[in-house]
Design a protein around this ligand. Sequence first.
Ligand SMILES: NC(=O)C1=CN([C@@H]2O[C@H](COP(=O)(O)OP(=O)(O)OC[C@H]3O[C@@H](n4cnc5c(N)ncnc54)[C@H](OP(=O)(O)O)[C@@H]3O)[C@@H](O)[C@H]2O)[C@@H](O)CC1
Ligand SMILES: Nc1ncnc2c1ncn2[C@@H]1O[C@H](COP(=O)(O)OP(=O)(O)O)[C@@H](O)[C@H]1O
Ligand SMILES: [K+]
Length: 506
Amino acid sequence: MKLLTAAQTRALDQATTQAQRISSVELMERAATACTNWLLDQLQPAFSTEIHVFCGPGNDGGDGLAVARQLHTAGYAPQVWLLPAEKHSADFLHNQQQLPEAIRCQELSARRLPPLPAGALVLDALFGTGLTRTLEGLPATVVKHLNQSAATVVAVDIPSGLLADAPQPASSAIVRAHHTLSFELPKLAFLLPRNAEFVGEWTVLPIGLDQPFIHNTTVDNYFVDAALLAGRLPQRARFSHKGTFGHALLLAGSYGKLGAAVLAAQACLRGGVGLLTIRTPGVGYTILQTAVPEAMALPDPASDFVTELPELHPYAAVGMGPGLGQEESTAEVLRLLLQQVGSRRALVLDADALNLLGTHRELLQKLPPNTLLTPHPKEFERLVGEPALDDYHRLDQLRAFCREHRCYCVLKGAYTALGTPDGPVYFNSTGNPGMATGGSGDVLTGLLLALRADQRLSPLDAALLGVYAHGRAGDLAAAESGEPGLIAGDLVRFIGPALRELEGDL
Ligand SMILES: NC(=O)C1=CN([C@@H]2O[C@H](COP(=O)(O)OP(=O)(O)OC[C@H]3O[C@@H](n4cnc5c(N)ncnc54)[C@H](OP(=O)(O)O)[C@@H]3O)[C@@H](O)[C@H]2O)[C@@H](O)CC1
Ligand SMILES: Nc1ncnc2c1ncn2[C@@H]1O[C@H](COP(=O)(O)OP(=O)(O)O)[C@@H](O)[C@H]1O
Ligand SMILES: [K+]
């Protein structure tokens, strides 16, 4: 799915009314119907439930008025609360006229704010994507009132006060919704860590907006779902052989951290690599040969750390990082690797390989094009050399880093963000907090190494498929064991099923 800016969303709105020859009021009615149906289907309120609909002066408020009317028709007794304003949108005024007299409709003031007890349902239709500045005065007071209440709050389109696609002061008044109902597409703001407390659980409600317009709109950000990946993972041809799927070299592990090498190696094999050779320190030899018999081991002459780079000739892809440690001799291996890897061999760097890049910054200039890096936010901060001011600044840093180094960078976390050399950022839709457990990242590295070794996949497709399948493996594992009980080894077991689902989408 594409993530449109607020301005693009407005244009989409207009394109839809033109293409479908409908009025904007008819489109608003569709949006309201989608909200009403969601409320009735998902929350199943009793007819006696106290329902308060808070409406602003624009079309978000118009949606709220239409929902109130529809709830009344369905047998509920919503109360409407209006923000006083000098001007209102035409569609707001239309829906205000349509409001049945039986619905109690009152103007809000700092002194007239309704009590909102536990069990009440609040619809936040104060402001949507037309928000132009942060809230102050009465609107901010109303938001504070909603946030202090014990009621269940459902935001229409976006929590009021939250900007859809731009940073805002940390002190901004923003509704803390339990649920957010977004029309047709999600918004960039939903995917950023800082906003989780405002957005709550979010749902996309399709309202038949113009698909050709969406198709033809150029965007900076994508939300990666199964539909976006359809057709990108080809099935295996009958006469394919090990060479088709590539021979990968993994440099991983140090004394006390051989588990990272084992997890990455297992994930690489489950990711479908043709052949895998692992370079670990000498101490890892027996461990690897026992835990991962399908892989070849190429032990380093040193016992505790990797100190020498093997000959790279046989390999289609090289992965380096999980559990490596940051010895100076290992940094030297990274330096040689960057010199020798060449631009045709795929390279995946993770964990301590990234930390070494952070401490040996001259090496950053040696990254071959299309290198795939997989930092978590702390590793990313070390890579770019300065902390991010906020979530949007971090995205700017990601774009700038990928553009400068012509690389792909997987910024890990909830909604992992994949930065690409040409600018677009892809937010992943799969995964769960159960994956916040030691070794999950090592599994991702192994899986990505396998997909980068696969000669059939572009660097972009390998990265998108790997990140998505890794999260999907996490979701399948959590369904089996629950989130707290999930360990990284479980992810390995579900890589096969996760990839099979994607192949099935052909
Ligand atoms: N996308 C779609 O396809 C569809 C979209 N639909 C709905 O339309 C919504 C967008 O509607 P919208 O453009 O009328 O803007 P909305 O958010 O209601 O607010 C604008 C009003 O607020 C005011 N205002 C702004 N900032 C303010 C502030 N800080 N403090 C105080 N006031 C402030 C602003 O005044 P002004 O800035 O002009 O002074 C103006 O009066 C969208 O979110 C969705 O719910 C559906 O109906 C149909 C399908
Ligand atoms: N809340 C979450 N939702 C989705 N995925 C998550 C969440 N927390 C962690 N993950 C995923 O788990 C992995 C953790 O990687 P990392 O931080 O490198 O862990 P480790 O170093 O322990 O292996 C990443 O792929 C990340 O996206
Ligand atoms: K809202």
